[in-house]
Design a binder for this molecule. Structure first.
Ligand SMILES: Nc1nc2c(c(=O)[nH]1)N[C@H]1C(S)=C(S)[C@@H](COP(=O)(O)O)O[C@H]1N2
Ligand SMILES: [Mo]
Length: 395
């Protein structure tokens, strides 16, 4: 490979890397989750394409690597640069591919990949900044022409991308193991016996606060990343908080905080998986099983879906009735023995352990029974139509 080719390769790589880092930061920053939501899915696709391109560029460099290395000879600094960049790209590529196909990967691997993808980026940013600052004056900003070989490389990358996407779809279509979801139940602990009346609105029913339950909790393992699409979190005032169930029900329900606490309560341990790769294991949730609440309101035969509203005024989602009635779908107000923290969606959120966590609406204060599907916040913004986890991942 000619020196000029190497220079060009270097330039492509530089721009590509800049795009990778910038798009990666945009995807990562919690504060941008809401504002950038409309373009999150295409941005992620571009990020992946750009990542594939960086692998293609790395492959294009390999045949010239030996000659290049010899030419660098005594220049240890440049050699270190080459090694560093190679390791970086390789690390990003491996963890990036793992994240890309995280749905067909054990969640522990996806988590690991996410952590290292992030870490590599935090190392890369200062390096890239220093590298481009020291090189800036040496760069020649000549017009970019794409010779045939580069175009071929690009097409190969694009073909690989399209092929992989098609493979994922094909796998789902053929129902290959690992490509489709399943309806395995999470570990549901024995439902705690309800106290007092099951019907808090029945005449004469006593409204009491439940005692603080004293039970051993195994404790969740892992760290929640707080994923909010809104800038602020709804404040909770037990005096004014209401929980409503409406739509296609036999009786509209409008509960105060104390009345909500009077509903039959259940307790379960389940895992929590965000589709971006992180997980929290063995969360103890305690609250009202959705099916109990549905029974309480009485679902009309015409209803097919349950729609959930968040008190943030923005986030909604829905579940088909049969999913909503799974025994591990719960509206908890307790997490690991304490209240559900506001950050985690308290006082009451939805937990659907067998689906990716974007279905688990935070700050739920209203439910509506409807007769059609409702596309939720992320579904209308390009998240997969199939929110199911893989078989056995809910353990
Ligand atoms: N109201 C509301 N619910 C929400 C979200 C949100 O932004 N707003 N994010 C969803 C996503 S994508 C995930 S992964 C989980 C994150 O839960 P956590 O913030 O408790 O970690 O909540 C889900 N429910
Ligand atoms: Mo998520």
């Amino acid at each position: 490979m000619e020196m000029a080719d190497l220079t060009r390769l270097h330039r492509y790589n530089g721009w590509n890397l800049l795009f990778l880092i910038l798009s990666g930061i945009l995807l990562y920053m919690p504060a941008l989750r809401g504002p950038l939501a409309p373009i999150r899915t295409p941005l992620k696709d571009l990020h992946i394409i750009s990542g594939i391109l960086s692998v293609v560029l790395l492959l294009a460099y390999l045949p010239a690597a030996r000659g290049h290395w010899q030419r660098l000879n005594q220049r240890t600094g440049q050699k270190a640069n080459v090694l560093f960049l190679g390791a970086l790209l390789l690390g990003w590529a491996v963890t990036g591919v793992m994240l890309w196909i995280n749905r067909v990967m054990p969640p522990g691997w996806a988590e690991w990949a996410l952590i290292w993808h992030d870490r590599l980026t935090w190392v890369a940013i200062p390096w890239a900044a220093a590298h481009s600052a020291t090189r800036y004056y040496k760069w020649r900003w000549v017009r970019v022409t794409v010779p045939v070989t580069d175009r071929r490389l690009f097409l190969a990358g694009a073909a690989a991308f399209v092929g992989a996407l098609a493979w994922g779809r094909l796998g789902q279509w053929l129902k290959l193991p690992g490509f489709d979801g399943s309806q395995e139940s999470a570990r549901v602990l024995a439902a705690a016996p309800a106290t007092g009346s099951h019907d808090p609105l029945a005449p004469g029913s006593k409204i009491t606060m439940p005692a603080v339950w004293d039970y051993p909790t195994p404790g969740a393992r892992g760290r929640f990343r707080i994923y909010n699409v809104t800038a602020s979190e709804p404040a909770f005032d037990p005096q004014t908080w209401r929980f409503r169930v409406g739509g296609l029900v036999n009786r509209s329900v409008d509960l105060s905080w104390q009345e909500f606490l009077e509903l039959p309560r259940s307790k379960q341990i389940s895992n929590f998986h965000c589709i971006t790769g992180w997980s929290v294991y063995d969360c103890t949730w305690e609250g009202v099983r959705l099916s109990d609440l549905l029974d309480y309101a009485g679902v009309k035969p015409a209803a097919t879906h349950v729609k959930f509203y968040s008190a943030d005024g923005v986030y909604t989602d829905s579940l088909p009735l049969d999913v909503a009635r799974l025994p591990d779908v719960i509206l908890p107000y307790r997490f690991d023995g304490g209240a559900v923290p506001t950050k985690l969606g308290g006082p009451v959120r939805l937990i659907v352990p067998q689906m990716y966590a974007y279905k688990s609406v935070k700050w739920v204060d209203r439910i509506e029974l409807i007769d059609r599907n409702h596309d939720g916040y992320w579904a209308v913004r390009g998240y997969p139509n199939d929110p199911w986890l893989r078989k056995g991942e809910t353990g």
